[in-house]
Design a protein around this ligand. Sequence first.
Ligand SMILES: O=C(O)CCC(=O)C(=O)O
Length: 254
Amino acid sequence: MTTAVDQLVQQFHENGYVRLEGVFTGDELAELTEEINQVIHHYADWEAAWRGEWRKEYVEEDLLQRIRLVAINDFHPMCGAWMRAIVKKSLVETLAQLMGTDLLEFHHSTLHAKPPNEGAPFPLHQDLPFYPHEDGLRYLDVLVHLDDADEENGCLRFLPGSHRWGPLDHIVGPDTAPHLPTDRYRLSDTVPVSAKAGDVIVFTLWTVHGSSVNKSDRWRRIVRLGYRDPRNRQTGGHGFGQRGLMVLGVRPKD
Ligand SMILES: O=C(O)CCC(=O)C(=O)O
């Protein structure tokens, strides 16, 4: 008999991403949201929109100077509810099933909050250039949604099956965020994935994704939690050389 979890695992293997519904609800979700609001107002960078020439293809002329992203990396040690969320048993168990692993290590947290009417877009990219690992399929990006997200407020968009393409060459440089060439990787070819507050979208380090401007009068707040198989070697980037928290099993001896 195929269970609901088997179906999620199958979808994940097929597409390279999957949405988990209602992972956080009620008081737990309220507490996570309250803490994020404090992080947004006291600690985050309000001018963190990704830069580069690609923006001309994603943003209308009159908005170009105004778009904003509120972001911060590794805020989790400051926040009790987020520390509990990272080790939440049901989430960790589902992630382990998606990856097919008996060992899981938490790697990083990142807030991406798009303010109403001017929330910045993300060009199509893999997360590989930001924290490269030898095996892109044994690294999971886990996006915790704190608002309902849809096409109007800039929900995530994916190229289904792109995780099977392996590492891709990105355009990089001092004046641009790493991204894929806009003439070959188009937002119009992607699938939007709407989500409710409390849902989680999981994808791999090799899955191509991006998102559009938030044109609505609502916030779109998302927190990315990164998890990996501790045997998957990191080769550079964010958190390189740091040991994360083991959330499943015991770290293997070097
Ligand atoms: O928050 C978004 O819309 C995009 C996020 C993203 O690209 C990422 O987390 O790697």
